[in-house]
Design a protein around this ligand. Structure first.
Ligand SMILES: *Cc1c(COP(=O)(O)O)cnc(C)c1O
Length: 372
């Protein structure tokens, strides 16, 4: 029986995507790679709903966060970092690391950012150069209303830079980059894209390109300008993870065949299915349900249960791999990933396993520990 890998990345990959990874190497400065890179870039622009440049970087998702910071900011630039969890905090930490003057606007874990409070922070201080925001906070299972946040930001500062970590949302839930007028938006191959880790993909607006001209933070590997000048020749500046590009090429064909609307609909349906199933087991969601994520569900570890013991039981006895909590939520929640290659059967199997495993680690639905 194969493992039910239910973490929010790396996600399972289709067989033909995995098989593409076993292909012989090609010249990354030759015609075959050029054709593939052009195909991948065009497909990503369609799936990102953008006419902006899309750059592919060989890196983890965090590399894409770092790339956004170093390409458009200068040391001492004022940056408003909206955070609803671990990944919002990470964006702020990276900006601080490179010398930005960061003001954090944090919201309680499990809730979404309030667009009005974001606008108010910008009204209170006209010196902000950029706003950073996480679209889908993977650590809490909350999706920000990014369309409303962007609109609120533009209402105060039409030309401010909006930098978006969309690593666990882009390609899975609606995120029309151009319609929402976003400047740097990025994702990673191992989330909704059904591809192994190793590639991050970044959309860069003309406003962001202008910012790169005056941005003074030192950069080399992640220099967008170098990436764009090589892309125009059908290359990447440095040796790319060629095998991951092979895999992405196959995965994008599958995603485009399914169609963006159908993909979004499937994630919405499976997100609801997971939340309904979890509640039916007598468990509580961490997220306010109105803003609950359709790519990952965070579940409160019930009284009487040790989170790590539950995850271990699920893994060793039920072939199901769940994610734990991160940061201050360690041991307090567990998370179920439902993005990328996922069906209702996968989630039903996960819920069935939870139903069997929970009583074995001390859970009783009445809220009283079984063997307290
Ligand atoms: C997974 C994830 C990251 C980190 O990606 P890495 O590839 O582990 O660096 C950052 N932000 C969000 C929202 C994520 O889901």
């Amino acid at each position: 029986m194969s493992v039910n890998l239910r973490i929010p990345g790396p996600t399972p990959c289709p067989d033909d995507v995995l098989q593409a990874m076993s292909r012989q190497m090609i010249n990354h400065r030759g015609p075959e790679f050029k054709e593939m890179l052009e195909r991948i870039t065009g497909s990503l622009q369609r799936l990102f709903e953008t006419k902006n440049d899309v750059l592919t970087l060989t890196s983890a998702g965090t590399g894409a966060i770092e790339s956004a910071v170093v390409n458009v900011l200068s040391p001492a630039d004022r940056v408003l970092c909206v955070s609803i969890g671990v990944f919002g905090d990470r964006f702020a930490d990276i900006a601080k690391t490179y010398g930005a003057d960061v003001q954090k606007l944090s919201f309680d874990q499990g809730t979404a950012a309030d667009p009005e409070q974001v606008a108010a922070a910008l009204r209170a201080d006209a010196s902000f150069k950029a706003v950073t925001v996480t679209h889908n906070e993977t650590s809490t299972g909350v999706t920000n209303d990014l369309g409303a946040i962007a609109k609120a930001i533009r209402g105060v500062r039409p030309d401010i830079l909006i930098l978006v970590d969309a690593i666990s949302s882009l390609g899975s839930v609606p995120l029309p980059i151009d319609a929402w007028d976003l400047d740097v938006v990025f994702t990673g191959s191992q989330k909704g894209w059904m591809v192994p880790p190793g590639m991050s993909m970044v959309a860069v607006s003309s406003r962001a390109w202008s910012a790169t001209e005056s941005a003074k933070i030192p950069r080399y590997y992640f220099d967008y300008k170098k990436a764009k000048s090589y892309l125009e020749k059908g290359e990447t500046p440095w040796t790319p993870a060629v095998s991951v590009y092979f895999a992405m090429d196959v995965a994008l064909k599958k995603l485009e065949a399914e169609g963006l609307r159908a993909i979004h609909e499937r994630h919405a349906r499976l997100g609801q299915f997971t939340r309904d199933g979890v509640k039916a087991l007598g468990l509580k969601l961490l997220a306010d349900e109105r803003v609950a994520s359709n790519t990952v569900t965070a579940v409160v570890v019930p009284d009487g249960v040790e989170g790590p013991a539950l995850n271990k039981m699920m893994r060793t006895e039920y072939n199901t791999v769940l994610a734990g909590g991160q940061g201050s939520l360690t041991g307090k929640i567990f998370r179920i990933g439902h993005l990328g290659l996922v069906t209702q059967e996968d989630l039903q199997a996960c819920l069935d396993a939870l139903k069997l495993a929970l009583p074995r680690v001390g859970f009783s639905p009445s809220g009283v520990a079984a063997h307290a």
